[in-house]
Write a protein that binds this ligand. Sequence first.
Ligand code: HEC
Ligand code: HEC
Ligand code: HEC
Ligand code: HEC
Ligand code: HEC
Length: 271
Amino acid sequence: MRMTSILQHQLPSISARAMRAMVLLALTLTIGWVSSALAAESTSSCVTCHSDPNLLVTNKKLYDYYRLWEQSVHGQEGVTCSDCHNGNPELPTKKGAHGAQGMAAASQSSPVNYKNVPHTCAQCHEEFYNDFIKSKHYKESMVKEKTRRGPNCVTCHGSVNTTVLNVNTVRSTCELCHNDETRNHPDIPDRAAAVLNKFLSVQRFYNYLANKEDLLQNPGAVSVIDKMKTSIFVDWHTFEIAMIEKRTVELLDIMKEKRNEIRSHLKDSKN
Ligand code: HEC
Ligand code: HEC
Ligand code: HEC
Ligand code: HEC
Ligand code: HEC
């Protein structure tokens, strides 16, 4: 708040409200400058060319991929087109940037061809990949390649949009393949939803605990829980539902215990 005191010093008669407006403006300008500097640093020819609004008319599909990316966690975290597609983001022409192989996902050599997707995602999500390649899903997606019966990362999470499944969305994703018509374990969508429903309770307890953590005087507690949460996400990729459920219930029990600790702590401090 040094900025405030400098301004106050120069303009002693200014009202507090005008003061706040000026400080806000100065802050906004600074933030604007910082973010355009960051954008300049991360510019790739892929983004420059694919974000052209003319594409909305001439090649909407292309534009849609760009928009999905821009709004995704990946877009926000600076995971860019060439991280998944390869190519050369420093060359301005289409031919140069795309490279001799071209960019088509259908090409076997493309890193986003369905066969290569898990490996491409593994660059940054290795622990998920390590469990996934042990699952029946992976085997089905690779071995039965003509029918492509098994899902890969993109089937459940989208290609660029980083969808995270929850109790409301998981059913329809699993039902794509596990339903009465395919007779491929039609009970699975309900079982998966039941486990994610328990996980929703974990999230709610988590928010409560995170707010009250300072009262617990045990700053480590939330980080331990964080680790367990992540490891349950990873476990999902074995698709061993009974095991995932057991681990989710274990975490839920720990959360309940912590909540009770906080409650009695609050009671003690009132007495
Ligand atoms: C100068 C403009 C331009 C640049 C630079 C560019 N692209 Fe493209 N890209 C296009 C156009 C136009 C298409 C539509 C298909 C075509 O005309 O070949 C396309 C198509 C694609 C496709 C769809 C597959 C296909 O062949 O249709 C992907 C994926 C793609 N680009 C990714 C990238 C990536 C990744 C980069 C950066 C390494 C990049 N593009 C750089 C213009 C560009
Ligand atoms: C996290 C990885 C990832 C990032 C980042 C990413 N993509 Fe993709 N993209 C994929 C995957 C996987 C596919 C293939 C599956 C599909 O089409 O959904 C794909 C498919 C595409 C396609 C269709 C290709 C075809 O042959 O039909 C286009 C076009 C495309 N991406 C453009 C882009 C552009 C432009 C960017 C950057 C603004 C980008 N992607 C960033 C993973 C990514
Ligand atoms: C170059 C690194 C990189 C690659 C390649 C990559 N990701 Fe990510 N991904 C990230 C980062 C960074 C985050 C945000 C931080 C986090 O959640 O780990 C993220 C987050 C996610 C999330 C969680 C989103 C959320 O809301 O928490 C999902 C799901 C995801 N990625 C799926 C994929 C899939 C599927 C692929 C392959 C098509 C892929 N990622 C490829 C770096 C990458
Ligand atoms: C059959 C569906 C399915 C497939 C295939 C799949 N996942 Fe997942 N993934 C899930 C579910 C369910 C969860 C746990 C709930 C959630 O967070 O979405 C999850 C969680 C995640 C998360 C953590 C999201 C968060 O909230 O932080 C990441 C990252 C991720 N998966 C990456 C991948 C990658 C990489 C692959 C491929 C190697 C993959 N997944 C394949 C269903 C799938
Ligand atoms: C693209 C199709 C597809 C999608 C989507 C899909 N699965 Fe599967 N799943 C399969 C196939 C194929 C098998 C192997 C069936 C078999 O051989 O018994 C399988 C097997 C399984 C099994 C193992 C059953 C056993 O034999 O023990 C579980 C568990 C499972 N899936 C859970 C899920 C969950 C949870 C989801 C949603 C998050 C999901 N699947 C989404 C295709 C799919």
